[in-house]
Write a protein of this length. Structure first.
Lengths: 109, 109
DNA sequence: TGGGATTACTACGACAGACGAAGTACGACT
DNA sequence: AGTCGTACTTCGTCTGTCGTAGTAATCCCA
């Protein structure tokens, strides 16, 4: 299991990735993260929703409601153009970060 | 330049890496980090010294003084057995983290 | 019909790590 | 005498994560 402290700074990026193709909502995203990570990373609810607020504040996602016939009303999110741009930036940053850390963290010792 | 939020949680590991072979002191370590990262990561002084304190507290490093004939007295650090053990653990964790994040962060978009 | 599980959040507060600003102290060079 | 480089220390702030708890609706099974 991965501690979120390690992924800190990439939770936003992970969420944006899951919104690239389809709009979605909190619970679904958290399940997808769990699933796609092979159960190795499970995002905490509070972490997830605070990430949504941050992303909204920065204009990287938009929220809206859908007409639901039943169930508690969900807040849906969709990625914005700025969000896509930010995602790409973070991807480039990640490539660099990975490269730099690998100079200090040797998996073969 | 890399945002430190990403490396957060790996600063300690980076420092331990530099102490694996030789004992060293703050300023030298910060210069080595800059050098080895190809100037892509420059650790802040306060971050560095707070990392030393954390590592000391956890018993991963030991501090001592050397007889210096001139200059301001330096605090030297050397890695402990527990420190080596922790370093190896973090290396394994890094391999996993890298794997998981790469499922969400696509460099080829 | 009753009670727990699951879905879908929200609010509050604590904590750890990073970092900016500033200060101290010494030596070397100019 | 002043600046630059070395080698730290202290203090306070900020951000992101996360524990705890609460709300509210539906679903499932006995």
């Amino acid at each position: 299991m991965i501690s979120s402290d390690v992924i800190r700074g990439y939770n936003d990026t992970i969420i944006l990735y899951l919104l690239l193709e389809n709009e979605s909502y909190g619970y679904e995203i958290s399940k997808k993260i769990k699933e796609l990570s092979g159960e190795k990373y499970i995002i905490k609810e509070t972490t997830l929703y605070s990430a949504f607020n941050r992303l909204l504040k920065n204009g990287y996602i938009e929220s809206f409601y859908k007409e639901e016939t039943f169930g508690k009303r969900r807040t849906y999110y969709r990625i914005t153009g700025e969000g896509r741009h930010y995602y790409k930036e973070k991807c480039r940053e990640w490539a660099l970060t990975k490269e730099v850390i690998s100079r200090f963290v040797k998996e073969d010792l």
